[in-house]
Design a protein around this ligand. Structure first.
Ligand code: ACO
Length: 430
C-alpha cells in the first residue's frame, strides 16, 4: 500500500513518522506497525474502538450515514433485486455472476447439501435439550473430521471445495440441529428446491405429510439471509480471521465464528430482543422499560437497540421491518401484539433524549426475531439462522485473508498490570 501522507507521533523523547493510507471510502488509517520497534510503545485499544485490523474489499459501512454495501452494491438494492446465492457469489468473487456463473454456482452449492451420513451420530451424542447453537458449535467444528480432504489451506482447489461445502451444508446442519432438539427425524435436502426453500423444508417438513413452501416465507428468509450475509470486521468475523491467521483449517475457523456469534451482545441479540418484547407484553408497559434502560444505576439495556458502528438507523433494520410486515400480513397477523409493542418501543425511544444523545437506533435484530418467529422458528433458532447466513461473510473474509501474500499470524499485545517478579512461597508458608 502506498502512503497518501505521513503523520508525526511524539512518544517520550522519540518522534516517528507514520504512513497514512487512504481507502476508497471511509476514514484514512495510520499505519502503526513499526511503532513498537522504533519507539518501544504499544498502542492500547481494548474493544478496537479506533483500530482497523485489516484491509478489505468486501463490505463497506458508514455508520453515521447508515450505509451498508457489499462489494459496492447498496444493501437495499441487493435485498430488493438479488437473491442469497447470488449475494454469496458476489461476496466471494467480488462481482455479480453472469447467467452461466450463477447457474454453475447454484449447481455446485446444491450438490453439496448432503451431510456425511455418520454426522447424524455426532448429533445423537449430544443432549436432546441442548441449545441449537451449542449443537452448531459442535457440528460445524466436526466438519474437519468428516471432510479432511478440503482442509489444506495452501491448495486453492481444497479451499474452494471447503467454501462450497460450508455454504451448502450450513442449512442442512442447522435444520438437523432443530429437528434433533424437537425429537423429529432429520429431513434430507431436496435438490429440486432453491437454497432457502430447501432450508425451510428441512426445518419444517415431516415424513408423514407433504410440505409446500410458502413463497412469501421463502422470500422473507432469503431477505433475512442477504441482510445478515456480511458486516465487515464485527466480533465473529474478526474471530474467524484471528483463528485463520494461525492457518487453522476453514471449518475450525468458521466454528470459532459460530461461537463468537452466540453472545447476546452480537448474534444472540435477536433472541434476547424477542424475549424482551414478550416480557413487555403490552404497549402500556413500554415507558416503564424505557425508563429502566435510561437509568444509570440499572444495567438493563433495550435489546436490538444500539450498535458499535451505526450511529444512525441500521439500514438492515428498515428492510427487516418491511419483511416483518409482509410475513405477518401473509399470516393475517397484521395486528400482532408483539409487533405493536416493538413499534411503540421504537417510537418512544427515538423521541427520548437518552437515545437521541447516544445515537441509539434499532439494529437488524430488532425486527428479525418477530419475523423469524412468524416464519415458525423458535427463538432458540434465531442465532442459528444468523450463523447460516453469516457463513458466507466469514468464509469470504477468511479467503481474502488467506489469499493475501502479506498475511501473518495475528498477535495482539497487552498492557501488563499484574504482579512483578516475586519468589515462590512453599505451601506451609502461605
Ligand atoms: N439500551 C440502553 N442503553 C444503551 C444501549 C441499549 N441497547 N446500547 C448502548 N447504550 C448506552 C450505554 O449504556 C452507554 O451509555 P453511557 O454513555 O451513559 O455509559 C452508551 O449507550 C454507549 O454504549 P456502549 O456500550 O459504549 O456502546 P458499544 O458500541 O460498546 O455497544 C452494543 C454496542 C453492544 C451493540 C450495545 O449498543 C448493546 O448492548 N446493544 C444491545 C444488544 C444488541 O442489540 N446487540 C446487537 C448488535 S447488532 C449485531 O450484532 C447484529
Amino acid at each position: 500500500m502506498k502512503a497518501k501522507d505521513y503523520c508525526t507521533l511524539t512518544c517520550g523523547d522519540k518522534s516517528i513518522k507514520l504512513p497514512v493510507y487512504e481507502g476508497t471510502e471511509g476514514p484514512d488509517v495510520i499505519d502503526i506497525t513499526k511503532l513498537y520497534r522504533e519507539t518501544g510503545f504499544f498502542t492500547y485499544d481494548p474493544g478496537y474502538m479506533s483500530t482497523g485490523s485489516c484491509h478489505s474489499e468486501i463490505t463497506f459501512i458508514d455508520g453515521d450515514k447508515g450505509i451498508l454495501r457489499y462489494r459496492g452494491y447498496p444493501i437495499e438494492q441487493l435485498a430488493e433485486h438479488s437473491d442469497y446465492l447470488e449475494v454469496c457469489y458476489l461476496l466471494l468473487e467480488g462481482e455479480l455472476p453472469n447467467e452461466e456463473q450463477k447457474k454453475n454456482f447454484k449447481d455446485t452449492i446444491t450438490h453439496h447439501t448432503l451431510l456425511h451420513e455418520q454426522m447424524a451420530k455426532t448429533y445423537t451424542g449430544l443432549q436432546r435439550d441442548s441449545h441449537p447453537m451449542a449443537i452448531m458449535v459442535t457440528i460445524v467444528g466436526a466438519l474437519s473430521a468428516f471432510y479432511h480432504d478440503s482442509t489444506d489451506i495452501d491448495d486453492e482447489e481444497q479451499r474452494t471445495k471447503a467454501i462450497d461445502r460450508m455454504i451448502a451444508k450450513m442449512p442442512t446442519m442447522a435444520a438437523a440441529a432443530y429437528k434433533y432438539s424437537i425429537g423429529q427425524p432429520f429431513v434430507y435436502p431436496d435438490n429440486n428446491l432453491d437454497y432457502v426453500s430447501n432450508f425451510l423444508r428441512m426445518c419444517f417438513a415431516v415424513p408423514t405429510e407433504k410440505y409446500v413452501v410458502n413463497p412469501v416465507f421463502a422470500k422473507a428468509l432469503d431477505t433475512i439471509m442477504i441482510l445478515h450475509a456480511d458486516h465487515e470486521q464485527n466480533a465473529s468475523t474478526s474471530t474467524v480471521r484471528l483463528a485463520g491467521s494461525s492457518e487453522a483449517n476453514p471449518f475450525a475457523c468458521i466454528s470459532s465464528g459460530v461461537t463468537s456469534l452466540w453472545g447476546p451482545a452480537h448474534g444472540g441479540a435477536n433472541e434476547a430482543c424477542l424475549r424482551m418484547l414478550e416480557e413487555i407484553g403490552t404497549v402500556d408497559r413500554v415507558p416503564e422499560y424505557v425508563k429502566r434502560a435510561r437509568d444509570p444505576n440499572d444495567k438493563y439495556r433495550l435489546m436490538g437497540f444500539g450498535h458499535r458502528v451505526y450511529k444512525n438507523y441500521d439500514p438492515r433494520a428498515r428492510i427487516m421491518q418491511k419483511t416483518c410486515h409482509a410475513v405477518l400480513h401473509e399470516l393475517d397477523h397484521d395486528d400482532d401484539p408483539i409487533l405493536k409493542v416493538a413499534l411503540e418501543l421504537e417510537r418512544i425511544a427515538l423521541q427520548d433524549d437518552y437515545f437521541i444523545e447516544r445515537k441509539l437506533y434499532p439494529n437488524v435484530d430488532y425486527y428479525s426475531g418477530i419475523t423469524m418467529r412468524a416464519l415458525g422458528f423458535p427463538s432458540s433458532m434465531f442465532t442459528v439462522l444468523f450463523s447460516v447466513a453469516r457463513t458466507v461473510g466469514w468464509i469470504a473474509q477468511w479467503k481474502e485473508m488467506i489469499e493475501d501474500p502479506r498475511q501473518r499470524i495475528a498477535r495482539p499485545r497487552q498492557l501488563y498490570v499484574g504482579k512483578t517478579e516475586r519468589d515462590f512461597i512453599p505451601l506451609d508458608k502461605r
